[in-house]
Design a protein around this ligand. Structure first.
Ligand SMILES: NC(=O)c1ccc[n+]([C@@H]2O[C@H](COP(=O)([O-])OP(=O)(O)OC[C@H]3O[C@@H](n4cnc5c(N)ncnc54)[C@H](O)[C@@H]3O)[C@@H](O)[C@H]2O)c1
Length: 318
């Protein structure tokens, strides 16, 4: 019996909310061998789900990232018309509905009414702690945040964030499930808005907006600085390892040499409204010079192709 069969008892999983992230999750679970039921309240999104999942799998196959025939993997995925059908007989639900507390709470209450005694629910929320929508239900000990990066079948990290009511067994199940389907697990030990990934991203974005607002650099040059600079190392090591290697004596030596600079940079920033309307308009105009609104979709496909080539390269030691 495989690890996944042990965990799920051979039962399928369900995706609730089949937008960008839900469809990506379906790929993750189906390529790992699980049967996947997909439900969305919007019939147009439901109708597009299987073709989208198929095209993503074809891309992965072309890049050598899945060995199995894409048609065989897609055959494990089915769409259903009701939440009750989605939840029936599944071991795990990956909630991927809109990023709104009221929508997530409403769904948790519905799931609470439908769930069997051992159903576990992982929420894809980008930054809302479970305390805001998953407390006080019979289901609550079996709910936690399982936050992916988009698209989850190409970017492996997931953040696991328990609420104060999440049980240890639920956390252990999610940890094992994520490892079994090939994701990289990060444990967020305390509930905090934005978790770790989006808090790190928030700091970088806050400074990026400010540099453009102050005329220090164009938004294209800020992008170049990350794309052809910081991002090169960050694609295979994190910020702590980066600075550990950037001073002869390691991280403490780095802090001794450059701690003052970073403190002065931090002191120079008081961001009351880093994402103000005039600034958003300026950055929007500059971005549209490089990429028209109409080309956003094809550029997303380009990004996913680049990620697939990158993932194929990452399979080899650097
Ligand atoms: N887009 C990203 O980069 C990203 C990354 C990580 C996590 N997330 C999180 O994943 C979740 C989904 O985001 P998305 O980008 O896929 O959004 P999306 O708008 O593409 O998809 C959300 C889907 O949920 C459906 N929906 C709404 N209410 C529903 C309900 N009660 N039952 C079933 N379906 C319902 C909608 O019809 C829609 O298709 C959000 O919580 C978001 O914060 C997004």
């Amino acid at each position: 019996m495989t690890e996944i069969e042990k965990l799920t008892g051979g039962r399928p999983v369900a995706i609730v909310g089949a937008g960008l992230v839900g469809a990506g999750w379906a790929v993750v679970y189906a390529r790992a061998g699980l049967r996947v039921k997909v439900f969305d309240t919007n019939p147009e999104i439901t109708a597009k789900a299987i073709p989208l999942i198929r095209s993503q799998l074809v891309g992965l196959h072309r890049h050598g990232l899945v060995q199995e025939d894409p048609a065989t993997i897609v055959a494990r995925v089915s769409t259903v018309d009701t939440l009750a059908e989605a939840v029936e007989g599944v071991a795990y639900v990956q909630e991927s509905v809109l990023e709104r507390v009221d929508v997530k709470r409403g769904l948790m209450e519905q799931l609470d009414a439908l769930a069997g005694p051992d159903l576990i629910v992982g929420s894809s929320t980008s930054g809302i702690p479970g305390s805001a929508f998953a407390l006080g239900l019979g289901l609550s000990p079996r709910v936690l945040i399982v936050h992916p990066v988009n698209p989850p079948y190409l970017v492996p990290v997931v953040e696991l964030v328990p609420s104060p009511e999440t049980s240890q067994q639920t956390l252990a199940f999610a940890d094992r499930l994520m490892q079994a389907v090939g994701q990289t697990v990060v444990h967020v030990r305390k509930e905090v808005e934005g978790f770790v990934l989006n808090r790190l991203q928030a700091v970088l974005l806050r400074e990026a907006w400010a540099l453009v607002e102050e005329g220090v650099a164009s938004c294209e040059d800020v992008d170049k600085t990350v794309r052809d600079g910081l991002g090169w190392r960050w694609s295979f090591m994190g910020p702590f390892e980066t600075i550990d290697l950037n001073a002869p004596g390691g991280v403490a030596d780095y802090a001794q040499r450059l701690g003052g600079l970073y403190q002065r940079i931090a002191d120079s920033r008081r961001h009351e409204q880093p994402w103000g309307q005039p600034l958003i308009g300026q950055v929007e105009a500059e971005r549209r010079e490089y990429l028209s609104q109409a080309d956003l979709e094809s550029r997303r496909a380009w990004r996913d192709e680049r990620l697939m080539a990158f993932a194929a390269a990452r399979k080899h030691p650097i």
